[in-house]
Design a protein around this ligand. Sequence first.
Ligand SMILES: *Cc1c(COP(=O)(O)O)cnc(C)c1O
Length: 454
Amino acid sequence: MSGRGRPPAISRLLEGEEGRALVTRFGHKPTVDALRVAVAQARDCGNVAAELIIAAARVAMSRKRPARLRPVWNLTGTVLHTNLGRAVLSSRAIEAATAAMARPVALEYDLASGKRGSRDDALKDALRALTGAEDAILVNNNAAAVLLVLDTFGKGGEVIVSRGELIEIGGAFRMPEIMQATGAALREVGTTNRTHLADYERAIGENTRLILKVHPSNFRIEGFTGEVSASQLAPLAQKHGIPLVNDLGSGTLADITRFGLAREPTVAEAVAEGADIVTFSGDKLLGGPQAGLAVGRTHLIESLARNPLKRALRLDKIRLAALEAVLEDYLGAPNPQEMAPTLALLARPTEEIAGRAAKLRQFVAEALGENFAVDSVECESQVGSGASPTATLPSAGLAIRATGSSELAEFAAALRALPEPVIGRMLDDALLLDLRCLLREHEQAFLANLRRLQ
Ligand SMILES: *Cc1c(COP(=O)(O)O)cnc(C)c1O
């Protein structure tokens, strides 16, 4: 088709197959409007080919649709919300990721020798320093790290796990099923509430390949209970020459009790207790991008690296660059709380949040109009992502109640339909907006977004 001469009529463009597809996707009026603009632009630049006009209109309309993955306001009170993408990253990590997206990086290239390198090398020194482990390997997420460990060492043999630790993390990640998928036979020991060292000892045999300890991330067994600690298991594993693997789940690099949070084992502690491999997530309490980290003895980490599955589970340059920056923050900061935004949110003092709730109450009430009553209230946040499942953090927020005939569920849906969706938590007769994750410097943007409620 010629690009010169008179542009095609809008009506003709609408009749064509592609024009009809645009109408189906974006509606008649928006399509006509976009085609008019595109025709005018085509005339200006001297190429009025129909396919160019259609393409320009499509691009213009696609841009206007809000992205499915646009940012939301997480006011659920769950700081590390898996469904909302877990940790938010520090500006340094974001800069590193952005640079890695825009420019080539020495991902598998050793700058010193000018030869091929390994993509995990950049982070190994930092991980050694932060965890005390000899070596480290990085994969897509912690589920992948556990999968890689079981596939590498457990295949065709037995893996001993306590019955109290046969967990389901959520979704389809269940320890027994992962094990089955890798061809490792599960050797359950002990009972749901109590497992003893002798139970492990009796289960060790010729086919034993691993002893696996799993952090019971998302539940607690209380009452008459007993588990065997990793430090008790380490000598047993060593005596029989069987690797001891500790799947920590959240795995924090900092002692979080000083933020008033319940104790979670640090990775360095787990390494010091004698585990041969420790696995943990990048985007839980570590506060980085989605990633799975395995640290431990060099010869075992090397075996993991040689498994062909590693290629399928490896991390991309964007996340590696972000994670490198996060680890640098831990190494450099006197106080990681200032560096990892997620830790800062968890550490936020209750009084400060309550003060902000009292200040914001009136502005939110004005934005919502007279059909809703807004009260500042005390509430409880939680860490999320299976870290400290039973511990809550005293917090504060705004409870919104319908005063007239308005339906609260409809209101919650309207909040979710905003340009920047606002996600709260339903209580019995109120929608609660927990303000722990609304930072003071973002309050004006939050209110501006709220005022767009129709
Ligand atoms: C969260 C968790 C996993 C899975 O980690 P992802 O990073 O979500 O894949 C595995 N094991 C334990 C103990 C966990 O808590």
